[in-house]
Design a protein around this ligand. Structure first.
Ligand code: HEC
Length: 261
C-alpha cells in the first residue's frame, strides 16, 4: 500500500459528472436524516429501561437480558402496599410469588387474600391502578422481565443485518471517491461499520446470557455512529468545497477543472 500511488480506476468526487455528485448528495442528505431518527428511536425505546434518564449500559442489559429486579407485585407488597394486608397474608403472598405464582395456589389461598385486602381499590374501576381481579389479571404484575425473547432477536437481527448493510454499502461506495491518506485510514473507515453491525447483532445474544457484553453492544453503536459521521462529513465536504491536491488532480497530465461537468 504505497500512499503516494493512486489506483488507475480511482476518481475523486470532483472528477465525477455533476449528475453523480447530485445523486450522491441527495442520498447522503436522506441517509443522514434517517440516521438521526434511528438514533432518536434507539434512545427513546431503551433509555428508560432502568428507570433513569439517558442511555446507559444498564439499559442495554435490561433490554436484552431482562431485569434482575423483583416483579412489580412484590415491589408493591414490600413497598407502598405492605400495610394493606395482615403480616401473615403478606408472607403468604410473597412466598407464592417466589414459588412462581402458580394458579393452583392462587385458587386455594391467594384469591381470598386479594379479595379481602386489595380489590376495594384494584377491581379495575380505577383506570390508574392495575386490575388484580382474577388470576389472568394478577399474572400481569407477577411476570418476571426476561428481556427480549429469542424470536424477536432473530427477527430484528435479519432486518438489522440486511438494512444496515445497504446503508453502509451506499455510504462506503460514495465515500470511496474521497481522497484520504493514509490509505489504511480510509479502508478502516469503510470496514468499521460492517464490523460494528456484526458486533452489535451478535452482542445482543451474548448479552442475553452474559450481561457484561452490553458494553460490546454500546461500543458497536459508537463505532457505527463515528464511522457514519466521518464518511458523511468527508464525502460532503470533498464533493463541494475541497480543493484536490495538485498531484492527484494532475496525475493524468495537466487538466482544466472548468471543463469537468
Ligand atoms: C386503599 C386502596 C388500595 C388498596 C386496598 C390496595 N392498593 Fe395497591 N395501590 C393503591 C394505589 C393508590 C397505588 C398507586 C400509588 C402507589 O404506587 O403508591 C397502588 C399501587 C399498587 C401496585 C403498583 C402499581 C399498580 O397499579 O400496579 C400494586 C402491584 C398494588 N398496588 C398491589 C396491591 C395489592 C396486592 C393489594 C392488596 C394486598 C393492594 N394493592 C391494595 C391503592 C390500593
Amino acid at each position: 500500500m504505497n500512499d503516494k500511488a493512486i489506483h488507475r480506476l480511482y476518481r475523486h468526487f470532483q472528477e465525477l459528472p455533476l449528475g453523480m455528485r447530485t445523486l450522491f448528495t441527495g442520498a447522503l442528505m436522506v441517509l443522514g436524516l434517517g440516521y438521526l431518527f434511528a438514533a432518536l428511536y434507539v434512545f427513546a425505546a431503551h433509555s428508560g429501561a432502568d428507570g433513569k434518564p439517558g442511555l446507559s449500559v444498564d439499559d442495554i442489559k435490561i433490554t436484552y437480558s431482562g431485569s434482575t429486579e423483583v416483579t412489580p407485585l412484590e415491589k408493591a407488597l414490600r413497598g407502598p402496599m405492605s400495610g394493606m394486608l395482615p403480616q401473615k397474608d403478606l408472607a403468604t403472598m410473597l412466598k407464592w410469588i417466589r414459588e412462581g405464582a402458580n394458579k393452583r395456589a392462587y385458587t386455594s389461598t391467594i384469591e381470598t387474600i386479594v379479595e379481602a385486602n386489595c380489590l376495594a381499590c384494584h377491581d379495575g374501576s380505577n383506570p390508574h391502578l392495575s386490575n388484580l381481579d382474577g388470576y389472568e389479571k394478577i399474572s400481569e404484575v407477577v411476570v418476571q422481565d426476561t428481556g427480549a425473547d429469542l424470536f424477536t432477536l432473530v427477527r430484528v437481527s435479519h432486518i438489522h443485518l440486511f438494512g444496515l448493510t445497504f446503508i453502509f454499502f451506499i455510504l462506503g461506495f460514495i465515500f470511496s471517491h474521497a481522497y484520504l491518506r493514509p490509505v489504511w485510514l480510509k479502508l478502516t473507515l469503510i470496514m468499521m461499520p460492517f464490523a460494528g453491525v456484526t458486533m452489535d447483532v451478535l452482542g445482543w445474544y451474548v448479552t442475553k446470557v452474559f450481561t457484561p457484553f452490553a458494553w460490546v453492544v454500546l461500543i458497536a453503536g459508537v463505532i457505527n455512529g463515528v464511522s457514519f459521521a466521518a464518511m458523511w462529513v468527508v464525502s460532503m465536504y470533498q464533493m463541494w468545497f475541497y480543493k484536490i491536491p495538485d498531484h492527484v488532480r494532475d496525475r493524468h497530465g495537466p487538466s482544466d477543472p472548468d471543463t469537468w461537468k
